[in-house]
Design a protein around this ligand. Structure first.
Ligand code: NAD
Length: 478
């Protein structure tokens, strides 16, 4: 079902996709690939709703968003369960995702008045005053990735709405159910018809949305190749674009790091969400002689993560999202072996007795990885870690800054303030963690990302106020 102009509609499209539960390898729903006509209907609904929505006093729009926060708070468990069923991540991670979603709603309320406010300077010349007004631009499209199916679109939705913009949102075709469920919940908020619309589909639907005459711009979250295409297409059609893209993140363990404290955080960084996070650790770099103990403790902890269906609270690692993803990740493990890395923990054929058909992969750990190997350079997006060794923090920074062109996140574990400071200042990444394994910015900060991990100027979360609005300058003489 698609949500267009305040109601659920069956699609006329003959093109449907099975939506899977990756732990069970079972079809749990089907989604249509929206026809061009349905995309037009959704954009028209958003366009028709725009004038009245922008004319509402900001206090009234904020009141809707406050209500949205209350409504979502009462549905955290439900959204989380659906996320686990469709994506595979363990239930605690789904709860974390849903809570972050709610934080984004709350932040939109709290920033609306201060950041949507304009500026004024009287008497810029004799008898002349100048004012800057921020005006909402109109209809925007939001295109989500599979790995944070409800949260990623909510980096943008609440902010767009408080500014007075209206939306057409397209979730990932692999994990469309959590966002579809969020739209069911949104009905309780009672937003005017057409303010938010949901269509399903893949690349073709995204492209139609981006190039549509009545759409002002796109917020995209997904892989780097797709982000580049989205950015180019938006440019060709003169649209605004904010594209959060792929990653290859390094985590550096300084010689003085407290390993007992770091290991649980490293498990979460490398294997949380089954490695399918844009902020996941992927390359693990030991500085100096901590290498051997890091290798032993990291591999040992990874070997103990219990695989299973994420709805079971005792499970530590869920399946990957699809059979295709599983095969792609296995391809990378093969490549690592062929290129000479040493597979010290082999997660390729785990036994998960109760769920024999699920897309499970245990943790794989490679030793003796060099930065020029494919597994060290490309985004694997699965539970695979590559261990490397350097002699100094500076050498690790040089490696991070030059071995890939991604710049999403980089983390260091250390007790040395000077090294941490040097790392923070010189590493070319948009999100930096110091004794933190997942450098995920809170909703009231922008979501970092640079180089091939981000295309655009204004980032997700708080920055979006400026993305969704334009500045009008008024110079007055009376
Ligand atoms: P994907 O690029 O395959 O798809 C993302 C979305 O774009 C989907 O809705 C898909 O239908 C659509 N799409 C695919 N190709 C397209 C194209 N050529 N033009 C227009 N739309 C297209 O990504 P995914 O596999 O769903 O998500 C995982 C990727 O997202 C990883 O690379 C991950 O690092 C990245 N990601 C980045 C961030 C971030 O903030 N930087 C956050 C989450 C995920």
């Amino acid at each position: 079902m698609q949500y267009i102009d305040g109601g659920w509609q069956q699609s006329d499209s003959p093109d449907v996709l099975n939506v899977m539960n990756p732990a069970l390898d079972e079809t749990i729903a089907q989604v249509p690939m929206a026809s061009p006509d349905e995309v037009n209907q959704a954009v028209k609904a958003a366009k028709d709703a725009f004038e009245a929505w922008r004319e509402l006093p900001i206090t009234a729009r904020v009141a809707y968003i406050y209500r949205m926060k209350q409504v979502f708070d009462s549905h955290v468990e439900e959204i989380s369960r659906i996320t686990t069923q469709n994506h595979g991540k363990i239930i605690d991670e789904s709860r974390g995702e849903t809570r972050r979603l709610a934080e984004n709603i709350e932040t939109a309320c709290s920033i609306a008045y201060t950041l949507a406010k304009g500026e004024r300077l009287d008497q810029i010349a004799t008898g002349i005053d100048e004012t800057l007004i921020k005006e909402p631009l109109g209809v925007f499209s939001i295109i989500g990735p599979f790995n944070f199916p409800s949260l990623a679109p909510f980096w943008f939705i609440p902010t767009a709405l408080v500014t007075g913009c209206t939306l057409v949102v397209k979730p990932s075709e692999i994990t469309p159910l959590p966002l579809q469920w969020c739209f069911k919940i949104l009905e309780e908020v009672g937003l005017p018809d057409g303010v938010v619309n949901l269509v399903h589909g893949s690349k073709d639907v995204s492209q139609k949305l981006i190039s549509h005459r009545d759409v002002q711009g796109v917020c995209f979250v997904g892989s780097t190749p797709a982000a580049r295409q989205v950015y180019a297409l938006a440019g060709e059609h003169g649209k605004r674009a904010l594209c959060q893209a792929g990653a290859k993140n390094y985590v550096v363990i300084n010689e003085d790091a407290d390993l007992a404290r770091a290991i649980p955080m490293l498990m979460s960084s490398f294997f949380g969400n089954t490695g399918q996070r844009c902020l996941s650790g992927s390359n693990l770099v030991a500085v100096g002689k901590i290498y051997e103990s890091l290798k032993t403790q990291f591999t040992d902890a990874a070997s103990k993560l219990r695989l299973g269906y994420g709805l079971d609270e005792s499970v530590g690692l869920g399946p990957v999202v699809s059979r295709n993803s599983k095969n792609r990740i296995l391809g990378y493990v093969e490549k690592g072996i062929q290129e000479g890395a040493d597979l010290v923990l082999d997660g390729r054929s785990p036994e998960v007795q109760e769920y024999p058909n699920g897309y499970f992969l245990g943790c794989s750990v490679f030793d003796k990885v060099s930065p020029d190997m494919t597994i060290a350079k490309e985004e694997i997006f699965g539970p695979v870690a590559s261990l490397m060794r350097v002699d100094s923090v500076q050498e690790s920074v040089n490696m991070i800054n030059s071995s890939t062109n991604y710049g999403n996140a980089a983390c260091i574990f250390t007790k040395n303030g000077k090294d941490a400071r040097e790392f923070r200042r010189s590493v070319d990444a948009g999100n930096v963690g110091i004794n933190i394994g997942i450098a995920a910015p809170m909703a009231f900060f922008p979501f970092g990302g640079r180089r091939d991990s981000f295309y655009g100027t204004l980032h997700g979360q708080i920055d979006c106020i400026d993305f969704f609005t334009d500045k009008k300058i008024v110079i007055e003489r009376w």
